[in-house]
Design a protein around this ligand. Structure first.
Ligand code: UD1
Ligand code: UDP
Length: 366
């Protein structure tokens, strides 16, 4: 019996681990448990509900205005306890959050192997995104098994000296999740979305820590200016609950054609994306989802660890107001043609991850 403990703390971790958990649960030789840190509370709970996941342990860590250092310290302490009994054979983490780093470090200190879903993403700049670039380097360094979503991610790991036999190229599990969500018949749960009508839509999401303050205010001003210049377009922006984002959003984005809505559950959000003409975002997951839906993306960041679609569906615009306005206008008037094939995944990543885990378990047995 292979005993796997998966750990998640935020919205994207649940979305990207859900297909893996569903697949592993079909394996008679695997017992999989889920521990949540609840680094995020509401965003996490919304996603657990959509995917029908019930955690076996919940560290309930979210407190207002916590620093990543505080989240890390409390994750380490809580995971130490969660890993003690029953001791898993393997800890499964996803991405580059404080939760993923804390869980990986706690497992590493107890000698429990770590498998990293979405390994090998790099911008090459420790300040961008901060602190995620450092988190993923540290997680990858200590992992026994690294699931690289793309050839580029695999190359990054090889360049850093990770042995080839630890890396499995799988595609990104977000494409598995997206296909599941997009294939379901759907009626919006969020009342504000029910009366959208047929107006062309732009969808916005923003939350990156390195943009808080002046850069984020510049991004909001760019969106406001673009809204004025593009009179046919309706903007829908599900606002991240972090007050560093939600307060300036409500203060600066006052416009009759900019609709601010609460964070959406995954089904509402995917079906909103399907209706979008284009997307303005700093989200990692959305850069990966957009190509599957054929949607162009303006990336409101200085650097991206997801270069696969640059110039072929996505535009890296930076965060300065004039550059962003130019990029948005260009995207609205002459959209980048997304590639026909999504370079981030084909919807079979969870299957490849499950097979690799089973192979790893077989090879380890004495
Ligand atoms: C974290 C991840 C980031 C990921 C993002 C997903 C790290 C270092 N970064 O960033 O990679 O893209 O999550 O959203 O882990 N809040 C609520 N309710 C919620 C969620 C958040 O009120 O449901 C507020 C809280 O005040 C919380 C704050 O948002 O303290 C920020 O959350 P934090 O854990 O710092 O993570 P993010 O910066 O959002
Ligand atoms: N998402 C969602 N509801 C929203 C906004 C985003 O379900 O209101 C989903 C989105 O489809 C993607 C994920 O959340 O899969 C991205 O999360 P986020 O942008 O918070 O984090 P990142 O991907 O940047 O780490």
């Amino acid at each position: 019996m292979l005993r796997v403990l998966a750990v998640a703390g935020t919205r994207p971790e649940v979305i990207k681990l859900a297909p893996v958990l569903a697949r592993l649960r079909r394996e008679p030789g695997v017992r999989v448990r889920l521990c949540v840190t609840a680094q995020h509370r509401r965003l996490l709970d919304d996603m657990l509900k959509v995917f029908g996941l019930k955690p076996h342990a919940d560290l309930d860590l979210m407190r207002p205005r916590q620093t990543p250092a505080q989240v890390l310290r409390r994750t380490l302490r809580g995971m130490g306890r969660a890993l003690a009994r029953p001791r898993p054979d393997l800890v499964l983490v996803q991405g580059d959050t404080t939760t993923a780093l804390g869980a990986a470090l706690a497992a590493f200190r107890l000698g429990i192997p770590v498998a990293h879903v979405e390994a090998g993403l790099r911008t090459g700049d420790l300040d961008c995104p901060f602190p995620e670039e450092a988190n993923r380097i540290l997680i990858d360094r200590g992992s026994a098994l690294l699931f690289a979503p793309t050839p580029g991610a695999r190359r990054n790991l090889r360049r850093e000296g990770v042995p080839a036999d630890r890396i499995v190229m799988t595609g990104n599990t977000v494409v598995d999740a997206l296909r599941w969500a997009a294939s379901r018949p759907h009626r919006f749960r969020e009342p504000a979305l029910r009366g959208l009508g047929s107006a062309p839509l732009a969808v916005v999401t923003l939350h990156r820590r390195e943009s808080w303050g002046k850069p984020l205010a510049g991004i909001f001003r760019a969106i406001l200016e673009a809204a004025r210049l593009l009179p046919d377009l309706l903007w829908v922006y599900p606002v991240h609950p972090n007050p560093a984002v939600s307060l300036p959003a409500r203060r600066l984005l006052r416009h009759p054609r900019i609709l601010l809505v609460p964070p959406l559950d995954y089904l509402d959000f995917v079906h909103l994306l399907r209706r979008a003409r284009f997307i303005v975002t700093d989200s990692g997951g959305i850069q990966e989802e957009a190509p599957s839906l054929g949607k162009p993306v303006v990336v409101a960041r200085e650097k991206t660890e997801r270069p696969e679609t640059l110039g072929r569906g996505s535009l890296l615009a930076g965060v300065s107001r004039p550059a962003l306005v130019r990029a948005i206008l260009r995207c609205a008037r002459r959209p980048e043609r997304p590639r026909a094939v999504n370079p981030f995944g084909d919807g079979k990543a969870a299957e490849r991850i499950a097979r690799a885990l089973l192979r790893w378990a077989r090879e380890r047995r004495p």
